[in-house]
Design a protein around this ligand. Structure first.
Ligand SMILES: *[C@@H]1O[C@H](CO)[C@@H](O)[C@H](O)[C@H]1NC(C)=O
Length: 157
């Protein structure tokens, strides 16, 4: 039977809506020393994004911006002269370079950063590690750091 005009319009509208609607996701690391540590604000200074315990993990809407659904803060990339770029949480999203490649957080090829998927983490205290976008190989001196980390969704579901 030929579908009614109403149902044909419905099908057109439904087809225009992406089937993979992003949902709030946790973002985690998969390599020692931060294996299954999760992205969140540093409790002692919430503008600093850290990898920390799963129990205090935040959830994020991930598109060209990354926004915490817990705090509404956006994850922005700084313009440091070092190869590692400071990330900060802020009320406004000034970075629209983020993207997903499979389950991996990247900066998109077309962005001013190009396609990057390495992150540097440096220990702040206990199980909290500050996270930076890493575009080269530099690390800060005098800190305990781990280079070439990657960030992932917990699963492709
Ligand atoms: C963030 O929000 C999620 C979903 O609402 C919640 O389960 C989680 O406990 C929250 N995390 C924090 C640190 O409040």
């Amino acid at each position: 039977m030929f579908p009614s005009l109403t149902s044909r319009i419905f099908l057109l509208v439904a087809a225009a809506i992406p089937t993979t609607v992003a949902k709030p996701e946790q973002i985690r690391a998969v390599t020692s020393p931060i294996f299954h540590y999760y992205l969140q604000a540093y409790p002692q200074d919430p503008i600093i994004p850290v990898m920390g315990p799963e129990s205090s993990s935040e959830y994020f809407n991930i598109g060209s911006t990354i926004q915490s659904t817990n705090t509404s803060a956006y994850l922005n990339i700084g313009d440091d002269s070092t190869s590692y770029k400071t990330l900060t949480f802020a009320d406004a999203g000034s970075t629209d370079a983020w993207a997903l490649e499979g389950d991996t957080i990247i900066t998109s090829t077309g962005s001013s950063f190009g396609r990057q998927l390495n992150f540097l983490v440096c220990q702040l205290s206990g199980s909290y590690w500050q996270v930076y976008l890493q575009m080269g190989s530099e690390t800060p001196s005098g800190k305990t750091c781990s280079n070439y980390q990657s960030l992932h969704l917990p699963c492709l579901c």
